[in-house]
Design a protein around this ligand. Sequence first.
Ligand SMILES: [Zn+2]
Length: 300
Amino acid sequence: MVALQRALGSHVTVLFGHEQGKYPDGNSVLVRGEHSSVVIDPALSARTMDPPLEVSTVLLTHTHEDHAAGVSAVRCDDVRVHEADLDALRSVDDLMRLYGLPPDAWPAMIDMVSDRFHFEGGPNATAVTDGEVLDLGGVTVTVVHAPGHTAGHCVYLIESLDGTRVVVTGDIDLSTFGPYYGDAASSLDDFENTLAKVRELQAHHYVTFHHKGVIDGHDAFAAAVDAYVAVFARRESALLDLLATPRTFDELVADGIVYRAGTRPPVFGESVERRSIQQHLDRVVANGAVATDGRQYWRP
Ligand SMILES: [Zn+2]
C-alpha cells in the first residue's frame, strides 16, 4: 500500500508519494466511478501497491519520466496523454527530443529514465483532447489543456455528483522553485497564459504532483498561483542584474537564473538553464531593456 492517502469526497483518493511527492516521487490521484476508474500520473510509489492498482484508464498530465514512472505497474491497457506529448510517451527517443537534450546527453538520460523511472515507452498509448470528458459513473474527469511546462501539459477537473470538485494540476506544482519551462517542448509564454487560465478554475481541492500535495479552497490556490507567477519576474530581474555589465550568452548560462550556483542537476541542468535564459533574453531584447551586438548582451 501507499503509505498515506486522503479521500476528497466519495470518488477521489490522493495517493501521496514519499515526502509529499518530492521528486523523484509524486502524488497520484485515483478516481473511482460507478462503472470505470482512472488513475492520474501513477508515480514511483504506485509501483509499491499490493495488490497492484487496477483501473480502466491511466491519464497523464504530461510526458515526463516521474509522471509515467508507475504506468507499467498498473493493470490497465488504456494509457492516455495529450496528443502534443503522445510521441514522447510512445518512444524513449521522442522523450529525449521533448527534453531537447544534446545527443551526447542521451545515453545517460535514457539510462536514468529506464532504470530509475521504469520508462518503457507505450506504443499503444492514445491521445486526450482539450475539453474531452470521461464519464466514470457519478463522477466525470474533464481535460483542460494547460501548455507551457510541456506542449501537451493538461490539468484535470474532476466533478462528482456529491458536489466535490477537484483539480489535478500536474507540474503546475506551485513550488518555491517556480515554473519549469526548460525543455524543447516548453514555453514561457504559454506557461504564463496557462497560469492565468488555471487560476480561475473553481474547486474545493487542488492536487499538485510535487511538494504542496493538496491545497484546500480557491483562495489558498489563487494565492499560491500568484506566488508562483512572481518567480517569472524574479528570474527576469536576476537576468537584468547580471547584465549590469556586458556578457555573452554562455557567460549568462554559467551564472544562471533558474538553478542557483551549485544546485544545477547533472545531465540536463545546463540544457534547462540555456533554454530558460534564452526565452527571458528574447523578451528583454524585444522590449528594449537589453541590447545586443549578436555576441554580447547589456543594459543600454
Ligand atoms: Zn514535468
